[in-house]
Design a protein around this ligand. Structure first.
Ligand code: ATP
Length: 547
């Protein structure tokens, strides 16, 4: 990946290739919504399938070498609104926002940063919008430098100040002024306030308050709401995980950075339920496993940064959270790809108290083991045994009934797709048809994620080569997403596949007709090997193997 990518150029490339289109572009688009084109949809499907395969169907052994129990779920997007009251999304926490009283623009409070100083006993401040404090400081300095010292009292004061203080809107003391960060606006911002990012709709024909429903802002709550159904129907024992892939909607104030912050996106979430005493161990397991998964699928380790959140950053329910961050080329700072959160018993307890349903887990095995051990001494005395059992039920049984703790690895399918696209994008040189070096764009996708696994070409469309190539294509098609291409010079055909990120190009040539071998070209090394055509399937299977 180039250290910096021109995102406008990159977005155009993604559009031209059929990876990502702006939603409803023929009408001028709609901010925060994206469509995946023919190559993009394959890439994203492969990402979701790799996640499902590696996390749900075949997760690696747990911290003590044990098998991991994982099951899937597919919940409705619209749920009973009580779900969102219990989760705190309605009426409770959400990103605090600030509004400008003059220009009416709304900003996320943690993204507005102030430089402040008291000069001649008066507080002065100036603000900019930036992702974090590090990005904000040079912008603030630049803005101050540009202020007209003579006309602008704030500019005069701030330039004269010996020392500046920096705060985000969430941390700015109430006594400081709160100027709007928008260009050409001298308005004042409100105090930060909770703003609900959920899209609203109505279930039924009448748009009344009683019929109000929400498009889910995360898939997680559907899992919590179904925790008991899953437990009762599958007879799972702790620890176990429930996984879901699905759409989520957030009315983001400022969608930006291509698909990175969208208003409609897909999540791949796991809620892993465990005994409270074991939660730290499982938190560490998932944190490490999830990071490794990204590396295994081609994100370079140096571009992946796990960042354990500080106490002040933690969501109110979280005991610990690690953001797995990625160096997206549109930012100098790594940005969140996935959050692995230790959520304690917050969610199940909240749903239990709102719904009135008991969501405690009963560790039957543990309880039976205790009974057996303690009643052994009274095995020949039925009355004593009953008496002891009653005592144990009163004094000890409660410890086997508890609300499980939850570890939540929550990934964004679109963010990972964007990371994969950025990481894969490479410009290098490859020989053209005459052997002269030319610049090529090549998408170096991991074969498991590549939209097309192999392209099959006849060298020329005669002497039976086209028929032979088509035959091979038809043999491979039931097993892999392969394409057949016979149009244009062979060099041009290679280039097209390089840009689509196809790992292998298989060519049927004169020798194929004589000895049944084909050439197989590796996208990255450009090496061509001659192999029997009967071996092609095995080569592809090996490259696509998840293990
Ligand atoms: P951010 O701080 O970037 O808004 P978040 O902490 O609110 O993200 P979570 O609620 O933890 O995100 O959601 C889990 C994952 O869902 C994120 O790591 C990200 O991959 C994805 N995600 C969240 N919001 C968006 C969005 N607006 N667009 C695309 N993906 C998103």
């Amino acid at each position: 990946m180039p250290t910096k990518l021109d995102m406008a150029k990159f977005a155009k490339f993604c559009k031209d290739m059929g990876f990502v289109f702006q939603s409803s572009e023929i009408y001028g688009g709609i901010n925060g919504f994206w469509d995946y084109g023919p190559l993009g949809v394959e890439l994203k499907r492969n990402i979701k399938e790799a996640w499902w395969q590696d996390m749900v169907r075949n997760p690696p052994p747990g911290p003590d070498g044990q098998e991991i129990r994982m099951v899937g779920l597919d919940c409705s997007i619209i749920m009973n609104p009580n779900v969102w009251v219990a989760s705190g999304h309605v009426g409770g926490f959400s990103d605090p926002m600030v509004d400008c009283l003059k220009c009416k623009k709304r900003f996320r409070a943690d993204k507005v940063h102030f430089a402040c100083a008291v000069v001649d006993s008066a507080p002065h401040a100036i603000s900019v919008e930036a992702d974090n404090a590090t990005d904000a400081e040079p912008l603030l300095k630049e803005k101050i430098a540009k202020l007209d010292k003579k006309k602008h009292p704030v500019g005069r004061a701030l330039k004269a100040a010996a020392q500046l203080e920096y705060h985000s809107a969430t941390a700015l003391p109430a006594s400081w002024p709160r100027p709007c960060p928008a260009e050409d606006c001298d308005g004042t911002l409100t105090e930060p306030r909770a703003f609900n990012l959920m899209f609203e709709s109505h279930a039924g024909p009448i748009a009344s308050d009683e019929n109000k429903v929400y498009l889910r802002p995360e898939t997680a709550q559907g899992i919590f709401a179904n925790y008991k159904n899953v437990l009762d129907s599958s007879r799972l024992k702790l620890p176990f995980g429930i996984a879901q892939v699905g759409k989520a909607f957030r009315n983001e104030i400022n969608p930006r950075n291509f698909t990175f912050r969208s208003r409609e996106f897909e999540q791949m979430e796991i809620e892993f339920f465990c005994h409270p005493n074991e939660s730290r161990k499982w938190y560490e397991y998932w944190r490490d496993l999830r990071r490794q998964w990204y590396s295994r699928l081609g994100l370079k380790s140096e571009n992946l940064v796990p960042r354990e959140q500080g106490q002040e950053e933690l969501a109110h329910y979280s005991v610990g959270t690690t953001d797995i961050e990625y160096m997206f080329p549109f930012s100098d700072e790594p940005q969140e790809l996935e959050g692995v959160a230790h959520r304690g018993d917050f969610d199940l307890s909240a749903h239990s108290s709102r719904s009135g349903k008991d969501l405690k887990y009963f560790d039957e095995e543990g309880w039976n083991a205790l009974l057996q051990a303690r009643l052994e001494a009274f095995k020949d005395d039925k009355a004593k045994r009953e008496e002891e059992k009653k005592k144990l039920e009163k004094e000890e049984k409660a410890q086997f009934q508890f609300v499980p703790h939850v570890i939540e690895p929550s990934a964004g399918a679109d963010r990972f797709t964007l990371a994969v696209l950025c990481e894969a994008y490479t410009e290098d040189t490859a020989p053209d048809a005459k052997g002269n070096p030319e610049t090529r764009i090549v998408m170096k996708f991991h074969p498991r994620l590549a939209p097309i696994k192999a392209a099959i070409f006849p060298l020329v469309n005669k002497d039976g080569m086209d028929e032979e190539a088509k035959k091979l294509y038809r043999e491979l098609k039931p097993f892999f997403n392969v394409v057949y291409d016979q149009s244009g010079a062979i060099g041009r055909r290679y280039r097209r596949q390089d840009e689509a990120g196809t790992p292998f190009c298989i060519t049927v040539d004169g020798d194929t007709m004589k000895d049944g071998t084909v050439t197989i070209r590796d996208r990255d090394t450009l090496k061509q090997e001659r192999i029997p055509k009967s071996e092609v399937r095995k080569v592809l299977e090996k490259a696509l193997s998840p293990v």
